[in-house]
Design a protein around this ligand. Structure first.
Ligand code: GRF
Length: 225
């Protein structure tokens, strides 16, 4: 793709391994974005160090400083909008955002969720997947709407649940896929290849086979597109 890299803002709350995956893809030249800022609601978020190390500006908007959720959302919007991003990415951002915030970024707000949505919305997805005895688990990148973890899915990747898995071993297997599909979804977005029709995401105007599932074996193909 030609032209200037797309300005993006990334929101995090903790470890920041998905942020690191985005930083790595960007540095390698595979992701035509300019990360204008990484913003965390948690001053202790490890991910802030990843941003510093990559020379990306960081900000902290500590949710504990606001008595009302709407005030926190407003402060966050102000901080984000100073960077005029084309895209806002929730990369392990663990606060629920209000209606006004979500409406403001409608169609340009992405989230990574550790399950094969619509299965296991919300928290503790790996424990719940094991308890349910599901054979396949995975990760999804979706547009954020007011329906929590229910917005249109852009891309998913599945992993098998293996005998003897614990929540931690399963989480690690899913996390590797998160690191793979989040940059893919971002790239599709900034290349202008995504659209939404009837609450369904289209890639290049078409519904993707298998509801957007990217099998791990497609990795090489996807990375070179
Ligand atoms: C990821 O599993 C993400 O899907 C979930 O929180 C975790 C964040 O991990 N929402 P990290 O901060 O990107 O390492």
């Amino acid at each position: 793709m030609s032209g200037a890299p797309a300005p993006v803002v990334i929101l995090i709350s903790g470890r920041g391994s998905n942020l690191q995956a985005i930083l790595d893809e960007t540095r390698s030249g595979r992701l035509p974005i300019k990360i204008r800022a990484v913003i965390s609601n948690n001053p202790e978020a490890e991910g802030l160090q990843h941003a510093h190390a990559a020379g990306v500006p960081t900000e902290v908007i500590d949710h504990r400083a606001y008595s009302e959720r709407t005030q926190f959302d407003a402060a966050l919007m102000q901080a984000i909008d100073r960077h005029s991003p084309r895209l806002v990415i929730l990369a392990g951002f663990m606060r629920i955002l209000g209606e006004t915030f979500i409406r403001h970024y409608a169609g340009r707000l992405l989230n990574i969720h550790p399950s094969l949505l619509p299965a296991f919305k919300g928290l503790n997805t790996h424990v719940r997947a094991l308890a349910a005895g599901t054979a396949q688990h995975g990760a999804s990148v979706h547009f954020v709407t007011n329906d929590l973890d229910g917005g249109p899915v852009i891309v998913q990747a599945s992993v098998p649940v293996r005998t003897g898995d614990t929540a931690d071993t399963l989480a690690a297997r899913v996390l590797r896929e998160e690191h793979r599909i989040l940059p893919i979804a971002i790239r599709w977005f900034v290349e202008g290849r995504l659209s939404i029709r009837n609450r369904q995401v289209l890639l290049d105007g078409e519904i993707r086979p298998e509801q957007g599932l990217v099998a791990a074996t497609d990795q090489r193909t996807e990375a070179t597109k």
